[in-house]
Design a protein around this ligand. Structure first.
Ligand SMILES: Nc1ncnc2c1ncn2[C@@H]1O[C@H](COP(=O)(O)OP(=O)(O)OP(=O)(O)O)[C@@H](O)[C@H]1O
Ligand SMILES: [Mg+2]
Length: 230
């Protein structure tokens, strides 16, 4: 579904992404692990077109989106849950979810499966986003990204600062989405156990490079946890 080839990115003179290549197939969870500051968010922002790719290529399905503006990428079917959630605190839960439909024709409805996945969003439909707990805001951000029916869902550290019960719900949601076989999931994480339990494929990033990769079921055997600790 998503295919990245030899991607490079710079902030000023610093080389942040160094020749990144990988695929994120449909129906699978592909996880990028790496410590603080290795370039995970930069990778996702480059995929979303929020910072321009220096060189290399990004394909989504049969489209080359390397130079496409962000809205074209969203329209093509990429849903993005940014680090820190970035919901609209003064808008209601319903309005936040409707924002996720901005690329769809007027009058498009929030799909029922968003509420099936996160029932709390229905209960809190008229509450302001900023009044939700951190975990509920994360669920809202995921619901917003799913509202338009993406074919690729990108999540940047969805467990960061979230209480364990909601982490479980988010894990179950990711698993059930992948199990439909209709969406590719690209997850960025630092919470090793969460990543191991969900990943079909994993990559470990270190200073802008992928230093280890394999199947999720081999993460322990490959020493991925140790690679993150050094
Ligand atoms: N807008 C920017 N301008 C210049 N340097 C930046 C900018 N954003 C990030 N950086 C630097 O780029 C590097 C990669 O940052 P990035 O946010 O991609 O890391 P990360 O892996 O997502 O980290 P974290 O796990 O803390 O979220 C870091 O050294 C960071 O300081
Ligand atoms: Mg980050």
């Amino acid at each position: 579904m998503l295919k990245i080839d030899n991607l490079n990115q710079y902030y000023g003179g610093s080389h942040i992404l160094r020749g990144i290549s990988f695929d994120a197939p449909i129906g699978k969870v592909t996880t990028v692990l790496g410590r603080n500051g290795v370039g995970k968010t930069t990778l996702l922002k480059t995929l979303m077109g929020l910072v321009p790719a220096k060189n290399g290529s990004i394909h989504f399905g049969d489209q080359d989106i390397t130079r496409a503006p962000s809205y074209t990428r969203v329209k093509a079917g990429i849903g993005y849950v940014p680090q820190g959630r970035e919901i609209f605190p003064r808008l209601s839960v319903e309005e936040n979810l409707l924002m996720g439909l901005a690329t769809r024709p007027r009058g498009a409805a929030i799909p029922a499966k968003v509420f099936e996945m996160f029932p709390v969003l229905r209960q809190m439909l008229n509450r302001r986003g900023g009044d939700l707990s951190g975990g509920q805001q994360q669920q809202l951000a995921i619901g917003r990204a799913l509202a338009f029916g993406p074919k690729l869902l990108i999540l940047d550290e969805p467990t960061e600062g979230i209480q364990p019960s909601i982490i479980k719900d988010i894990g179950a949601a990711i698993r059930s989405l992948a199990a439909t076989g209709e969406i590719a999931i690209l997850l960025v994480e630092q919470y090793y156990d969460f990543a191991r339990d969900l990943s079909d494929y994993y990559l470990v990033m270190e200073r802008g490079e992928i230093i280890m990769r394999g199947e999720g079921r081999d993460m322990d055997k490959d020493g991925a946890r140790e690679a993150l600790a050094v």
